[in-house]
Each structure stands twice: as structure tokens, then as C-alpha cells.
Design a protein around this ligand. Structure first.
Ligand SMILES: C[S@@+](CC[C@H](N)C(=O)[O-])C[C@H]1O[C@@H](n2cnc3c(N)ncnc32)[C@H](O)[C@@H]1O
Length: 316
């Protein structure tokens, strides 16, 4: 790793709001919890991004933006409401994560703090527009579709969760925990896309296991019988609190420390880290079976019933 990279590594390791696992080299990752290898291909993101301009809406920590750049996009813009603290999907996301990664990866991705509703103000258009896991969170889907269609020259890719209940309204509002989600009927969205000039539309079903059971296989659970010290960083970090650790996922190992999901860094020697009984077989299976077949096994574990996850590719 170069000197500049090393100098911001402690900040990357101290940042608590990672969503994705981005490889930093030498077996080290950002401490996110979305883990599928090659998830660009898995979720049907476009193969032919080489030489194209790409807009990534709701880019969050920039995972898909950096992937698009890596795959040869000529120019990538990452847009999100980068002004909140990351505590809710609608309150905005910190700018810090994507900015740290941009520096670390020596990326040219342009970061634009803005709401999807206001993209037209940028007076720019992009060949490919990515809209991953964003529409469901929005309370004005038609307005968002207007905005994203108007800046899309070629291809709009929408990856989201849709309603499977035929008696539902076109857009159904569901409360799940503290989140308010908007579940569309797929036919409704297809019509809305046709109305906005998209002629060639394909729909691919994918499986929404990534936040749930699949991840359990990737992260070992940690326990402690007494409160343990939690630090903000594994490199000369300060103790920020003490906490009970009960079935908390270990997202990263680094030297004598481990990163505990939602808590921070703790000394490995203070914890009991359990092997998962299925891990060995799961690892063997994963070696020989493609992700999408493995996903079938996990699709039943979705938190929501009456819903399915789709990737919709709409071409002008
Ligand atoms: C579930 S995350 C999806 C992140 C990423 N696209 C992915 O697939 O992993 C939803 C993201 O949408 C962002 N978001 C919510 N409302 C938005 C809006 N009005 N305009 C732009 N982004 C928004 C949130 O800040 C959050 O980063």
C-alpha cells in the first residue's frame, strides 16, 4: 500500500457506517455487511459500461459507483442525500465513507450531494442510470421516475423489491420496524417506464438474501460473558464504551482486534468467537455452486412476505 493509502486507512477502519464490503487490498475490507462476491454480475448490472457515463442514484458508500469505474465507465457520478448521519435511509447518508474510499481507490468518481428529485438541476445526462434499492424508500415515486428518466440517455437499471399481491394498490406503503417502504406492482412500474419513453424493458428476478441468512454464513458470531471495551479503531484507537456482546457478527479481523457489527473494535481475546456449524459445508458448496443457485436456498428467509426482488433494465 502506498503512503497516502496507509495514512487514511485508520479513518476507513474507524468509520462506522459502511454498507458494503469493498476490498482494500491485502485481505482487508470496509466493514460493511453486504458480502456477495461479484454482486455486479449477480444483480444483472450492465456488462457494457466501458466508455459509458454512469449515474449511480442513492450511491451511499459508492460501492456500485466504484465498480462502474473499475469496469471502464468513462465518467461516474455518485449521488445521494449526503448530509445526514446514516441513521435512516431517508435522513441522508454521511459523505465521509464515499469520500474516504474515493481517496483510497484514487478514483475519479464525481460525488454529488443531491436528492434524486433534483437531478435535473445538474443539467447533465448520463448513458446509464443505476437505481439500486432506492425507489422503495421514496414517497414520491412518479416524481423520482420523471427526474431519472429525463437524465437517462440509454439505459435505466432499477433493482428493487416489488409487491406480489395482486390486490395491492399500485404503490403500497408498508411499515417495517422504523422504516416506511413503498412496494410497487411491477406492472405499474413497467407502464410508468413506457410512458417515459423506454421501449425495450426486461425483468429479471433475483433473490433478496443478501441482508439475511446468507450473511450469517460469512460472519462468525461473537459472545462475551462480561462487558468488553469497544474502541473506535484497531490502530491506536480510544475506548469509546463498554458493551455486552451477544451473538454479534464479526465483520473484520485485524491483528489482535475484531470489528463487531454496530459496535466497533474489540480485542479478540475478550471474546468467544463461535465457528458456525454449517460453515465448512457452505464453503465447500460455494466453491462449486453458482451464487444464484445458492440464493434459491435462502430466498425463503426474506423478512417480507408478498414481495419479490427484481432487476428491471429499461432501454430507450
Ligand atoms: C438502501 S440504500 C441503497 C444504497 C445502494 N444504492 C445499494 O444498492 O447498496 C438507499 C440509499 O438511498 C439514499 N436516498 C434516500 N432518499 C434519497 C433521495 N431522495 N435522493 C437520493 N438518494 C436518496 C439513502 O441515503 C441511501 O444511501
Amino acid at each position: 500500500m502506498t503512503g497516502r493509502k496507509l495514512s487514511i486507512l485508520p479513518e476507513i477502519l474507524a468509520y462506522p457506517n459502511w454498507r458494503h464490503r469493498v476490498h482494500l487490498g491485502n485481505g482487508l475490507y470496509t466493514m460493511g455487511y453486504n458480502t456477495i462476491e461479484n454482486d455486479w454480475e449477480f444483480y444483472g448490472m450492465p456488462e457494457e459500461v466501458k466508455g459509458k457515463s454512469v449515474l449511480d442514484l442513492g450511491a451511499n458508500d459508492g460501492y456500485y459507483s466504484f465498480k462502474a469505474e473499475e469496469k471502464g465507465a468513462s465518467e461516474v457520478t455518485a449521488m445521494d442525500i449526503y448530509w445526514g448521519d446514516g441513521s435512516t435511509m431517508l435522513g441522508g447518508w454521511p459523505l465521509e465513507g464515499i469520500t474516504l474510499l474515493k481517496t483510497y481507490l484514487k478514483s475519479k468518481v464525481v460525488i454529488r450531494p443531491s436528492s434524486v428529485y433534483n437531478i435535473e438541476e445538474l443539467q447533465q445526462q448520463w448513458d446509464i442510470v443505476l437505481c439500486n434499492d432506492l425507489l422503495s424508500w421514496l414517497d414520491d415515486i412518479p416524481r423520482a421516475l420523471d427526474a431519472m428518466s429525463s437524465v437517462c440517455l440509454e439505459k435505466l437499471i432499477i433493482h428493487d423489491t416489488f409487491s406480489t399481491s395482486e390486490i395491492d394498490a399500485d404503490i403500497q406503503v408498508r411499515k417495517i420496524g422504523i422504516a416506511t417502504l413503498h412496494r410497487m406492482q411491477v406492472e405499474y412500474l413497467l407502464n410508468e417506464l413506457r410512458k417515459r419513453g423506454f421501449r425495450n424493458i426486461t425483468v429479471k428476478q433475483v433473490f433478496s438474501f443478501r441482508h439475511y441468512a446468507w450473511q450469517h454464513e460469512n460472519f462468525l458470531p461473537a459472545f462475551s460473558s462480561v462487558s468488553v471495551e469497544i474502541r473506535d479503531s484497531p490502530i491506536e484507537g480510544k475506548v469509546i464504551k463498554t458493551a455486552e456482546v451477544n451473538n454479534t457478527w464479526v465483520l473484520q479481523h485485524l491483528g489482535e482486534f475484531v470489528y463487531l457489527r454496530g459496535l466497533g473494535w474489540a480485542k479478540r481475546s475478550d471474546l468467544h468467537i463461535q465457528e458456525r456449524k454449517t460453515s465448512f459445508w457452505m464453503r465447500q458448496l460455494k466453491k462449486c455452486i453458482p451464487d444464484w443457485v445458492m440464493a434459491l436456498k435462502y430466498s425463503k428467509s426474506d423478512l417480507e412476505s408478498n414481495s419479490k426482488e427484481l432487476v428491471i433494465t429499461a432501454i430507450r
